[in-house]
Design a protein around this ligand. Structure first.
Ligand code: NAD
Length: 275
């Protein structure tokens, strides 16, 4: 499976490189993405630097900045900035994410873009759920009529994924920290997507034979990256790897959103057009 994931990653990268080159010709400059840290958080530095590196490999200029909400408003108005990613503490996420211009929202997290997702209208989507959909394409897993169970209901992963899976005609159920007992739900899933942030939460006994299990979790245990699914699950289901699974696609999805926003901009569409 890792080889298929790598192949798809390379195809996506190639496609995005080509697209940013064409978009750059139309814009008369490179696309520009700003990663704005609204609060100091050393743990996001590795992530921010990796986005910068990835952007540069795709022909996108990524500026790493620190600032406050006034700076964010300035970036929203600046025609030389095409996309904005924010970094802030979890408790401030809803407030700050609603200040981003929907036209520059490469994470698909503004109220307007999340609303467009619920309404089935096009627009940037949160990157991790998009990455899950990419893995399902790699696995060639047809969703129509399937029972999909998502473990986790966060605003950036579980909740938006509900609507992406529904749009593909899956039947979707969501489990979370108060779901009791968890296995009653997980054991019915044809597709189980786990985004709980709990190492090895899902054991083989909780999974249906022959299911597809997408492990979104990234946890560090004893210095090693591990997922939310016990690797023994591989004995009875198709399990995506961690690392080398969903996380392979997540940063690329930010750039895929950026390309979409730029196409919309060049076509004179705002997020308020209904297409
Ligand atoms: P979060 O903490 O915001 O949400 C976790 C969710 O899991 C909550 O809805 C909670 O109710 C649920 N949950 C927690 N414990 C549970 C339990 N015992 N049983 C059932 N549900 C439980 O986390 P998040 O930001 O959504 O991230 C989830 C995981 O995905 C983390 O490990 C994170 O590192 C990882 N992640 C990976 C990628 C990627 O690209 N692979 C991207 C984003 C997040």
């Amino acid at each position: 499976m890792k080889a298929l994931i790598k192949k798809r990653r390379n195809e996506l990268k190639e496609g995005l490189r080509e697209e940013f080159s064409q978009l750059g010709n139309r814009l008369g400059r490179e696309a520009v993405l700003v990663s704005l840290a609204l609060e100091a958080d050393p743990s996001s530095e590795v992530y921010r630097n990796s986005i910068k590196k990835k952007g540069e490999s795709l022909g996108v200029r990524v500026k790493l900045m620190e600032g406050n909400r006034e700076d964010l408003r300035r970036l929203n108005r600046d025609p030389g900035i095409d996309g904005i990613i924010i970094h802030c503490r979890r408790e401030n996420f809803l407030e700050y994410s609603s200040l981003i211009s929907p036209e520059k929202d490469v994470e698909g997290i503004t109220p307007l873009n999340l609303g467009r997702l619920v309404r089935g209208e096009d627009g940037p989507r949160p990157a991790t759920p998009l990455a899950v959909m990419e893995i399902l394409k790699v696995l060639n897993f047809p969703l129509e009529g399937k029972m999909a169970v998502i473990v986790g209901r966060s605003i950036i992963v579980g909740k938006p994924l509900i609507f992406l899976l529904l749009a593909e005609n899956a039947t979707v159920a969501t489990a979370h920290s108060r779901t009791k007992p968890l296995e009653r739900l997980t054991s019915q899933a044809d597709l189980l997507v786990v985004a709980a942030g709990r190492p090895h939460l899902i054991k083989p006994s909780m999974v249906k034979e022959g299911a597809v299990v997408v492990d979104v979790g990234i946890n560090v245990v004893d210095g090693k990256i591990t997922g939310d699914v016990d690797p023994q699950v591989k004995e009875k289901a198709l399990l995506t790897p961690v690392p080398g699974g969903v996380g392979t696609f997540t940063p690329l999805m930010l750039f895929s959103n950026l390309a979409l926003l730029l196409r919309r901009k060049l076509e004179g569409k705002t997020s308020h057009n209904s297409d």
